[in-house]
Design a protein around this ligand. Structure first.
Ligand SMILES: C[S@@+](CC[C@H](N)C(=O)[O-])C[C@H]1O[C@@H](n2cnc3c(N)ncnc32)[C@H](O)[C@@H]1O
Length: 225
């Protein structure tokens, strides 16, 4: 189906797992195309936004100069930019080549940006920190359970992970800059169980995090044992 082809949505924009709304639909490439479409406007908006205090906390936990992965880095602002300015060696990956183009335009030092789907990313390098701000929502629901084993594979022992997440299982449509995106989440208990299984200890789990312009349903800060 082409972008613009989605016409169905339920009342609050979210369907239940197995509702059939997205049967036979390539959610990954649908979202990639959408992020390509909005990349310039996203970059302009994010360039004006401050970094969250949680990203500052994440940075202060990391060893100086450590290697940090930004999953779904978008335009690299503000997270990758902030982390590189703090002296970390930042790798940003994003499935949208247009988003990565915006990140490269931002001339961020100590950082490299790679066009890659998180589910295909298999570097030799392991990371001291992994940050994912608002990217896990845009992974297809059926791929959500794989996320934590993949994070564990990318993590050095002691690696800190910071990510935002929905607070209940869902799959549905949301809109940014008028474009539709398929968003999804597992329920919290499932995510916490997967983190535990992969050897992560949750250090902070914050519901309804509200920091000025930075409002998120659930934020997790965890550490690999
Ligand atoms: C809402 S944006 C957030 C961007 C950035 N983290 C920020 O805070 O501005 C979500 C990003 O995740 C990326 N993304 C979605 N699915 C992805 C995947 N499977 N692999 C890598 N990046 C993905 C999108 O292309 C998009 O740039």
């Amino acid at each position: 189906m082409k972008r613009g082809g989605i016409v169905r949505r339920d009342e609050d924009g979210f369907g239940k797992k197995g509702s059939g709304i997205f049967d036979g639909f390539d959610k990954g490439s649908f979202n990639k195309d959408g992020f390509d479409v909005i990349a310039e406007r996203w970059a302009e908006m994010r360039a004006k936004m401050p970094v969250s205090r949680l990203v500052e906390l994440f940075a202060s936990a990391l060893k100086p100069g450590g290697a940090v992965l930004d999953v779904g880095c978008g335009s690299g602002c503000p997270e990758a930019k902030y982390l590189s300015e703090r002296g970390f060696q930042v790798t940003g990956i994003d499935v949208s080549d247009k988003m990565v183009r915006e990140a490269v335009k931002n001339n961020i030092v100590n950082a490299r940006f790679i066009v890659c789907d998180f589910f295909d990313f298999a570097p030799e390098e392991k990371y001291d920190g992994i940050v994912a701000v608002d990217s896990f929502f845009y992974f297809p629901l059926e791929k959500q359970p794989e996320v934590y084993a993949r994070l564990a594979n990318l993590a050095k022992p002691g690696c800190y992970v910071l990510f935002t997440h929905g607070n209940k299982e869902n799959e549905g449509l949301d809109h940014m800059f008028g474009e539709p995106f398929v968003s999804s989440a597992l329920d919290k208990e499932t995510v916490l169980g997967l983190l535990r299984r992969e050897g992560f200890r949750v250090e902070l789990s914050i519901d309804d995090y509200d920091e000025e312009a930075w409002v998120r349903k659930w934020v997790v800060f965890a550490r690999k044992g």
